[in-house]
Design a protein around this ligand. Structure first.
Ligand SMILES: Cc1cc2nc3c(=O)[nH]c(=O)nc-3n(C[C@H](O)[C@H](O)[C@H](O)COP(=O)(O)OP(=O)(O)OC[C@H]3O[C@@H](n4cnc5c(N)ncnc54)[C@H](O)[C@@H]3O)c2cc1C
Length: 415
């Protein structure tokens, strides 16, 4: 139901009703990143609310293609406080991830308002104004956790393709049954391109166009992968961080400009064995058909654009955008807009920042910053009307109270 709150204690955190409401912190987006922020805000005793466009927590995953499975095993897919409820070496499906996120929100009784798309974020004095439908929130802090994969990136040449060719972006692709009879050109040879091409090749002649993004040393699910994963995870979380030159070089390689990451599950040999033809980049259109960098024209009935996404910052009425459409921040903290934070972006801090198992550390860092900021503001000005938390506002006080014990007991059941 649109606008429904999942958490009945929300009344404790949000003051005012109807059109104007106030809360200490608004988290925009209640998928994995927003929920991780919510978990830490709850443990810190900070009043907050999570707002999300979808009517159901987890829908960002439910909407991805049917056969999608994680390339990270369940042992690395847990958010803070609740391991992923599956055998450690298994690879959850996208629907299992969605259900896990929903269960997470319910388990910690996070105050999620679903069906609440934020249309505009602006600043008024030292407060932010967050407009969602008929309601305007004011808040001292805003965490933007809306994901890096919001707006499909499709090249302009798509407009010139013949109308008889079915065109889909990977975000709209669900199953091969959507495709028309005839050949399929998959544009973009990263993970989604390789997985969709493999699926399409069962019933269609398939071409996979684009730069080879490389492949990880092991394939998700293999014995070698299980043995090597702990080392790879250590590298993704501890070594490849923006605080060191190697981490910064890898970040800039993948994000400036954005490019596909090495294949995680599908191998080059799988593509060859399936008869998929690897071709150069798709650069133009001739007589309504796609043409490639080497001058070839392909006669196909379908084009699947696996050409990535860009962030949607259009609803943020503040000068935060930097190069390549990424917001300017330092480990998620936007110093030019005190109180504004981003979470869940690729390489926000480390290679694992946009992964289920990596976002928790970034969320904790941001929430530490929020707690400190609010404490400083309170020291300077006294408690702002309407934003006083409903429990003792000492650092760590909330952690020592019931929610922490409750949390530990609940978590133990999931271990
Ligand atoms: C194909 C694919 C495979 C992946 N595989 C893995 C994997 O194997 N392992 C792994 O750990 N990670 C994987 N990831 C990466 C990562 O886990 C996901 O991208 C993840 O969904 C990012 O989470 P998020 O919460 O930051 O953003 P999202 O999941 O995109 O959620 C953003 C939320 O914000 C909401 N929102 C957006 N705009 C607004 C607004 N204006 N107002 C209110 N709400 C808004 C949306 O409704 C949505 O619920 C994969 C990603 C993709 C695309």
């Amino acid at each position: 139901m649109p606008g429904r709150a999942l958490w009945h204690e929300e009344a404790l955190t949000v003051t005012g009703t109807g059109e104007h409401q106030h809360v200490d912190t608004v988290v925009v987006g209640a998928s994995q990143s927003g929920l991780a922020a919510g978990y830490h805000l709850m443990r810190r005793g900070r009043p907050f609310v999570l707002l999300d466009t979808y009517n159901r927590v987890g829908d960002a995953w439910r909407e991805r293609w049917d056969s999608l499975r994680l390339f990270t095993s369940a042992r690395y897919d847990g958010l803070p406080g609740m391991p992923f409820p599956a055998p450690r070496e298994s690879y959850p499906t996208k629907d299992e991830v969605a259900d896990y996120l929903e269960a997470y929100a319910e388990r910690f009784r996070l105050p999620v308002r679903t069906g609440s798309r934020v249309d505009r974020l602006s600043r008024r004095g030292h407060m932010f104004e967050i407009v969602t439908g008929a309601t305007t929130f004011s808040a001292e802090n805003v965490v933007v956790a809306t994901g890096a994969y919001r707006i499909p990136r499709v090249p302009d040449i798509s407009d010139r393709l013949d109308t008889s060719i079915l065109q889909l972006h990977s975000s709209a692709y669900r199953t091969p049954s959507q495709l028309r009879a005839g050949g399929v050109l998959v544009v973009g040879a990263g993970n989604s391109g390789a997985e969709i091409a493999l699926e399409a090749s069962r019933d269609h002649s398939t071409w996979l166009s684009g730069r080879d993004t490389g492949q990880e040393p092991t394939s998700a699910g293999s014995l070698a992968d299980r043995l090597l994963m702990p080392v790879m995870w250590l590298v993704a979380t501890r070594v490849l961080r923006v605080t060191n030159p190697i981490g910064r070089a890898v970040r800039s390689h993948f994000l400036e400009p954005p490019r596909g990451i090495p294949l995680g599950r599908v191998r080059r040999t799988d593509l060859r064995a399936a008869g998929i033809v690897r071709v150069p980049r798709t650069v133009g259109v001739q007589d309504g058909l796609p043409t490639l960098e080497d001058g070839q024209t392909l006669t196909v009935s379908n084009v699947v654009w696996c050409t990535g996404f860009r962030m949607d910052l259009s609803w943020i009425d503040l000068p935060v955008a930097g190069e390549y459409g990424h917001p300017v921040h330092e480990r998620g903290i936007v110093s030019s807009q005190p109180g504004l934070y981003f979470l869940g972006l690729p390489f926000l801090y480390s290679l694992s920042s946009a992964l289920l198992g990596g976002v928790g550390r970034d969320a904790a860092h941001i929430v530490d910053h929020i707690s400190k900021r609010v404490a400083d503001t309170h020291d300077r000005y006294g408690v702002t009307a309407g934003s006083k938390p409903p429990w003792p506002d000492r650092p760590g006080a909330r952690e020592r109270q019931l929610p922490h014990q409750e949390h530990e007991e609940r978590t133990a059941r999931w271990r």
